[in-house]
Design a protein around this ligand. Structure first.
Ligand code: PLA
Length: 401
């Protein structure tokens, strides 16, 4: 008999099940608003001009070979990636207490960080926002840590439950890991203000908690790389430790290149050396060493000031298009006189909008309007364009009236 015959069908994943349902829908005007991937006004994926340019340069550079990268990846990439999130004038970088490892995009950075913490950190409880990205609980649980939630979204105000967040983080046991999304919170699109981040920082530090930033959308939220890094830089500036998972999937459009970095800010160079040596032991038996191409593209762009500038212009273009789609959707809903206050659609930031429609309404819109979003009512604003906004506004109107 088959050895695999006892394998059970997997439970449905929040994001994937909707993508599969949409894929199987034969309707020619179906609309997939579930996956967080940028689409142009024409509804196409975008390969940035500056990425094409970098790839041409790399293709002509005969000195590049296909040998293994070191376990921690391309050294130039690690330096430039750390600088991007920590800033050009970071004391932590100057004092050599920053460890950066090229990982398989944001997910890989989170997983390597989680495996490292499961092996070397006594406190095994990880607090994540409620709600958070669907993959967070799995990444930390599979690494052997215990996931708990802190209040983040207030359904009444459709805003941040700041008091609840502070209370829950304040009640965490000393040494607990706290996962914080640095900007463009997924799925709610709601970020703390800088004043609120300062209060969060104070409570994290006073309780001796370990912040683990998930920085998946830097530059993609506000359109400005430095503004979107303020939350992280506030924590690093106080000299404390933190973990940061970076991704170039969204802000450089390198989704499939799987390029990101795990940065661990330590309190001294001596600790950094030891941490670095131990992270290598997590990576080697996991995937030996990371892929070269994405790291080479990012490095080519970040180290050339003209290409860096071109990138920031294209990045702002993506962020601005999303903001204009928010405005268009809000106006289309207002024009239909749909009951309720829909201003959260323009107050939220980043790739997603937490629309507030419930699972029953989400399933109804999929069936009746062939419009697909995750069951929590999250839509990827980046997947909308001027033609499809009316289609969505009609569906929401029909679903909620
Ligand atoms: C908050 C957050 N962190 C990390 C990642 C991981 O991205 P990376 O590994 O490609 O760098 C995502 C992607 N979340 C997507 C965009 C993709 C997905 O979940 O399938 C989403 O639709 O939520 C994310 O939203």
């Amino acid at each position: 008999s088959s050895i695999l015959s006892n394998v059970l069908p997997a439970p449905e994943d929040h994001v994937l099940s909707v993508i599969f349902a949409c894929r199987d829908d034969p309707c020619p005007v179906k609309l997939n608003l579930s996956a967080g991937a940028y689409r142009t006004e024409e509804g196409k994926p975008l390969v940035l001009e500056v990425v094409r340019k970098a790839e041409q340069q790399l293709a002509n550079d005969l000195s590049c070979d296909k040998g293994y990268l070191p376990i921690d990846g391309l050294a130039d990439f690690n330096k430039l990636s750390a600088k991007l999130i920590l800033g050009d004038d970071s004391h932590a970088v100057e004092e050599n207490r920053v460890v950066t490892i090229q990982c398989l995009s944001g997910t890989g950075s989170l997983r390597v960080g989680a495996e490292f913490l499961a092996k070397h950190h006594q406190q095994r409880v990880v607090f994540v926002p409620n709600p958070t990205w669907g993959n967070h609980p799995f990444i930390f649980t599979l690494a052997g840590l215990y996931v708990e939630y802190f209040r983040y979204y207030d359904p009444q105000t459709r805003g941040l439950d700041f008091e609840g967040m502070l209370e829950d983080i304040g009640a965490a046991p000393s040494g607990a890991i706290v996962v914080l999304q640095s900007c463009a919170h997924n799925p709610t699109g709601i970020d703390p203000t800088l004043e609120q981040w300062e209060k969060i920082r104070q409570i994290v530090r006073s309780k001796g908690l370990l912040p683990f930033f998930d920085n998946a959308y830097q530059g993609f939220a506000s359109g400005n790389l430095d503004s979107d890094a303020q939350s992280v830089r506030m924590f690093v500036a106080d000299g404390g430790e933190c973990f940061i998972a970076q991704s170039f999937a969204k802000n450089m459009g390198l989704y499939g290149e799987r390029i990101g970095a795990l940065t661990i800010v330590c309190t001294s160079q001596d600790v950094a050396r030891k941490v670095h040596s131990q992270v290598l032991l997590v990576v080697r038996p996991m995937y030996l060493s990371p892929p070269m191409h994405g790291a080479s593209i990012v490095t080519t762009i970040l180290k050339n000031s003209d290409m860096y500038k071109d990138w920031t212009i294209e990045l702002k273009g993506m962020a601005d298009r999303i903001i204009s789609m928010r405005q268009q959707l809000y106006e289309a809903i207002q024009a239909r006189g749909t009951p309720g206050d829909w201003s959260h659609i323009i107050k939220q930031i980043g790739m997603f909008s937490f629309t507030g429609v419930n699972e029953k309404q989400v399933r109804w819109m999929a069936k009746e309007y062939h419009i697909y979003m995750t069951y929590d009512g999250r839509i990827s604003i980046a997947s909308l364009n001027s033609k499809t906004v009316p289609q969505l506004a009609d569906a929401i109107h029909a679903a909620v009236t």
